[in-house]
Write a new protein. Structure first.
Length: 317
């Protein structure tokens, strides 16, 4: 049986994973070892980890050693959230390790991946789905974090680290100078704007269309499932509004309002300070890449600084 290699960086991993013959036999052997043989496996090409559909009911996820933290987060989150949400999430069927690569076998949810249908939804359906996503975020955050509090880095240390690395990151990613010019002021404000010691809640980190399922009923599309908990940590609640703000609300006032109201933010709560905090959090997010992630066409040419940008992303309405 082929051994999984001790890969330590993402570029090497990405090149290696492209040839499924290098790892699919190992994945199927793991499944067979749990009595879960599959005659027609489906390899999911997207996503960070190695993901194989074992028929219609199960998913096998293999985590490279340098992403073992994602295995810890996902397994821990699924354990803490199990039976506590009104929305389906996967159940863990098996867990283990092969050649230093941790893995999970989880149940496969029904529904359509959000990214497949989101662009085609009517505007009213987008607003409703965003309201439901806001409500799901709030529901997840009402679950006690339990063992997830042990995930490192803790929120205050994570924020300090992100603040220290923020300018270099966005210079590297090509953020235009007119936005970099206001970045130091925003970072100085961030320590006061962002609660560092508030009671932490469960943060999924990426409420984006690729990570939830939709299903169609008589009145249209609804959120039908949530998956991919590899980036779970604990911290300040508003951090989880960033994904749907950038990728889905995209500066539409009614969409923003739907997301906020679903989450529990009233019109009166939408202040300059809230938007300033969200802007800081967006630039401090571990996956932050505004040029590629803010889905407002031509946005760098529509605003002159970070204050105008926050008003563009989170308009009043």
């Amino acid at each position: 049986m082929t051994l999984l290699p001790p890969i330590t960086d993402y570029d090497t991993y990405r090149a290696w994973r492209s040839d499924t013959s290098r790892w699919l036999p190992v994945a199927l052997d793991i499944a067979d070892g749990h009595g879960l043989s599959c005659a027609a496996p489906h390899v999911f090409a997207t996503g960070t980890n190695l993901v194989v559909g074992l028929g219609d009911d199960l998913i096998l996820k293999l985590f490279p050693p340098f992403l073992a933290r994602q295995f810890v987060s996902e397994r821990g989150a699924l354990a803490e959230l199990r039976g506590r949400l009104g929305i389906p999430i996967p159940d863990v069927v098996a867990a283990g390790e092969r050649d230093g690569w941790p893995y999970l076998v989880i149940t496969r949810l029904s529904g359509v991946v959000g990214s497949e249908v989101w662009p085609s939804l009517e505007e009213a359906e987008k607003e409703r789905v965003l309201a439901e996503i806001g409500a799901v975020i709030a529901e997840v955050q009402r679950v006690p974090p339990g063992a997830l509090l042990a995930i490192e880095p803790r929120w205050d240390a994570y924020m300090r680290q992100q603040i220290a690395q923020c300018r270099a990151r966005h210079e590297r990613l090509g953020l235009p100078q007119k936005f970099l010019a206001g970045l130091d002021d925003l970072l100085r404000d961030a320590a006061a704007l962002i609660p560092m010691d508030a009671p932490p809640v469960i943060l999924v980190g990426e409420y984006i269309p690729e990570n939830f399922l939709l299903a169609r009923s008589s009145d249209g599309w609804h959120v039908a499932g949530l998956f991919d908990f590899g980036d779970v940590q604990t911290g300040w609640s508003e951090y989880d509004l960033l994904g749907p703000s950038a990728f889905m609300a995209a500066g539409h006032p009614r969409r923003v309002r739907s997301l906020f109201e679903g989450f529990g933010i009233s019109r009166a709560d939408v202040t300059f300070a809230l938007k300033r905090r969200l802007m800081a959090l967006m630039l401090l997010h571990r996956a932050s890449d505004p040029l590629r992630h803010i889905c407002i066409e031509g946005w760098p040419d529509k605003v002159d600084d970070l204050v105008q940008l926050q008003e563009l992303i989170w308009p009043d309405g």
